[in-house]
Design a protein around this ligand. Structure first.
Ligand code: ATP
Length: 326
């Protein structure tokens, strides 16, 4: 359904945009129907940039994102409108996604006006009510409310309901859980599991390993814009191969640990001697050096549905080395 093929993103930064920051480097993966794919990584690893490129909120510097066989960056007019009917995003801060002066009713009416003008109002409102009920919202309680009269969890579920009304195929869920309180978190997580069961694909952006492990079928571990390891969630979590993933996933059982503590350990790892590079056991070349053949795959196979990058990828040294787009 959704495929990223060797996607890069660089931002112009610094005074007058004189410097380039490579936020995403040569990342490829796919999301199929009924699949939840977690993008996991620390702050600044490029997770949101990938989500935003999928939603066309950021352009792609190199590579391609295809949805149902069509290059997303080439969609225009009706084809683009149809894309947004099929692919929607929900973000961390549900408050910022609403116009504060629009009641929920008005937002939901706009979906009909924009995408389904042929549906009769009575039929539309029946559809709205059953969709709200399906995300465990009481239509009578939420439809006539302004955003500030609803809780974060209710707003988040409203956004998911809006996406469902569009009958989407793919949801980009960017840190949708982080701002919610504990009981609402479980609700929204269970809702995402329902979506998976209905056959929707979900790109689940998170810095929370336990959440990623709980919800996803596939995991992509990002560091400094590089996918250092990816594959079937069970396999990646049970048998991590990249030095970064090993420390990162080694911290999963210690759920009390703060991200900053894990990050401090990871910085230590940068100075560790890398004993084994599975990637270079499969492909010729030297760790940390760009391959002679740019077409060479960026990940080696660990086992079926489980892939790993060079052990130096994503490290400080390698990041500096590959700072420019070829
Ligand atoms: N519009 C922008 N202009 C310049 N640099 C940007 C822009 N957006 C993101 N970046 C940079 O790109 C890198 C990746 O950012 P991104 O937001 O994708 O990371 P992230 O993994 O989602 O982080 P977080 O979990 O903190 O949201 C960071 O170094 C960030 O500072």
């Amino acid at each position: 359904m959704l495929t990223l093929e060797r996607v890069w993103k660089s931002y112009k930064v610094g005074t007058f945009g004189g410097r380039e920051l490579v936020a995403v480097r040569d990342v490829s993966f796919s999301v199929g129907p009924g699949e939840v794919v977690s993008l996991i990584g620390e702050s600044g690893s490029g997770k949101s940039t990938i989500g935003r490129m999928v939603l066309r909120l950021n352009s792609i510097s190199r590579g391609a994102i295809n949805f149902q066989g069509r290059d997303v960056s080439r969609l225009r007019g009706n084809a683009l409108r149809e894309y947004y009917r099929q692919v929607q995003g929900v973000f961390q801060d549900p408050f910022s996604s609403y116009n504060p002066i629009f009641k929920a009713d008005r937002v939901l009416a706009m979906v009909r006006d924009q995408f389904f003008p042929e549906v009769k109002p009575a039929t539309w409102w029946e559809r709205v009510d059953s969709t709200l009920a399906s995300v465990r919202l009481d239509p009578a309680q939420v439809r006539n409310k302004y955003p500030h009269q609803l809780s974060g969890g209710q707003l988040q579920r409203m956004l998911i309901a809006r996406a469902l009304l569009l009958d989407i195929d793919l949801l980009v869920a960017d840190e949708v859980i982080s701002m919610l309180d504990a009981s609402t978190r479980i609700d929204v997580l269970n809702l995402l599991a329902d979506l998976k069961a209905r056959g929707l694909g979900v790109l689940f952006v998170t810095h929370d390993l336990a959440l990623g492990n709980y919800i996803s079928t596939k995991t992509v571990i990002l560091r400094k814009g590089v996918a250092v390891e990816m594959g079937d969630t069970g396999k990646v979590f049970a048998n991590p191969q990249h030095p970064y993933s090993r420390i990162l996933l080694g911290s999963v059982p210690q759920l009390h640990k703060k991200w900053s503590e894990v990050a401090a350990e990871l910085e230590l790892d940068n100075r560790e001697v890398i004993e084994r590079c599975l990637y270079h056991e499969q492909y010729p070349g030297e760790c940390g050096q760009p391959p002679a053949d740019p077409q060479q795959p960026v990940l080696a196979t660990v086992e079926s549905d489980h892939f790993v990058a060079c052990a130096q990828e994503g490290n400080v040294q390698a990041g500096a080395l590959a700072a420019s787009i070829p």
